[in-house]
Design a protein around this ligand. Structure first.
Ligand code: SAM
Length: 215
C-alpha cells in the first residue's frame, strides 16, 4: 500500500510514522508513505500558496493549481487511485471504509488542507471522496491523514504481526486484562473477571460479545 500525502507540513508526520507498528511496516516495505508539498508547485517567487477567499470572510484559502499539480505528481500514470479529500464536512471515516480501500487500492492519495481549506475547484478536476474523521474541526489535515494511514494499514496483510490481531475478524472487547490476576490500590482489590480465567471459550466469547468493540 502506497500512501501519497499532499501537505504543506510533511514534518508533522515524522514522529507518528517513526514509531512502533507503522515504523516497522515502512521498514518491512508493507506500506510506503510519500509526501508532495503544494508549495513546491507554485510559480510564486516566495512560494506563497494562500490567498484571501472570494466574497470575503476570515482566514486564507489554499490555491487550487499547486494542489492539482501535487496530486498529478502523486498520481503519475496510475489509473487506479483513491483520492481522499479531508474536510470536517465530509462523510464520516469508518473502519469498513478503511477495509474496503485497503482491499481495492494499492495507491491512496490523501489531500490535507490548512487555514480555511483548499479552493474547491480541486474537487472538480479529480474525483475524490470527501472524508471527515469526526464532528469537530482541526487546524489542519495532518492528524486526520495519519489517523487514516493507521487505520487502513491495519488492513494491509503483514502490517499487524499476528493476523488474529485484526479486531474486525474476531470478537474484540474494549476491556482487556493481563497479569497480575489481582492487585490492591488504596486498600481495594481489583481482580480479573473470573470468566476470563475459566478456560470456557464459549463463556469467554459470550462475555466479550457483550462488551464488543464498536466498529
Ligand atoms: N472550512 C473548511 C472545510 O469545511 O473543509 C475547514 C478548514 S479546517 C480549519 C482546515 C483543514 O483541516 C481542512 O481543510 C481539513 O484538511 C482539515 N480538517 C479539519 N477538521 C477535520 C476533520 N474533522 N476531518 C478531516 N479533516 C479535517
Amino acid at each position: 500500500m502506497h500512501f501519497h500525502i499532499i501537505t504543506l507540513f510533511p514534518k508533522a508526520f515524522d514522529s507518528y510514522l517513526g514509531e512502533s507498528i507503522l515504523k516497522r511496516a515502512i521498514e518491512d516495505k508493507k506500506i510506503k508513505v510519500s509526501f508532495y508539498n503544494p508549495r513546491d508547485f507554485t510559480k510564486d517567487k516566495w512560494k506563497r500558496i494562500d490567498r484571501p477567499p472570494y466574497a470575503g470572510g476570515p482566514g486564507m484559502v489554499i490555491q487550487a493549481e499547486p494542489v492539482i499539480k501535487a496530486i498529478q505528481r502523486a498520481k503519475g500514470l496510475r489509473s487506479k487511485v483513491k483520492i481522499i479529500f479531508l474536510t470536517p464536512s465530509g462523510k464520516q471515516f469508518t473502519n469498513s471504509y478503511a477495509a474496503s480501500v485497503a482491499k481495492k487500492y494499492k495507491d491512496v492519495i490523501i489531500v490535507s488542507g490548512r487555514y480555511e481549506g483548499i479552493d474547491a475547484r480541486v474537487k472538480k478536476v479529480f474525483k475524490t471522496d470527501e472524508v471527515s474523521i469526526g464532528p469537530f474541526v482541526l487546524t489542519g489535515g495532518e492528524l486526520p491523514a495519519q489517523l487514516i494511514i493507521d487505520t487502513i494499514s491495519r488492513h494491509v496483510p503483514g502490517v499487524l504481526g499476528n493476523l488474529g490481531s485484526i479486531e474486525e475478524s474476531r470478537t474484540a472487547s474494549p476491556d482487556v486484562y493481563t497479569r497480575p490476576e489481582s492487585f490492591k490500590y488504596k486498600g481495594k482489590a481489583y481482580a480479573v473477571p473470573k470468566v476470563l480465567l475459566s478456560g470456557n471459550h464459549a463463556k469467554i466469547e459470550e462475555w466479550k460479545s457483550k462488551r464488543k468493540t464498536d466498529k
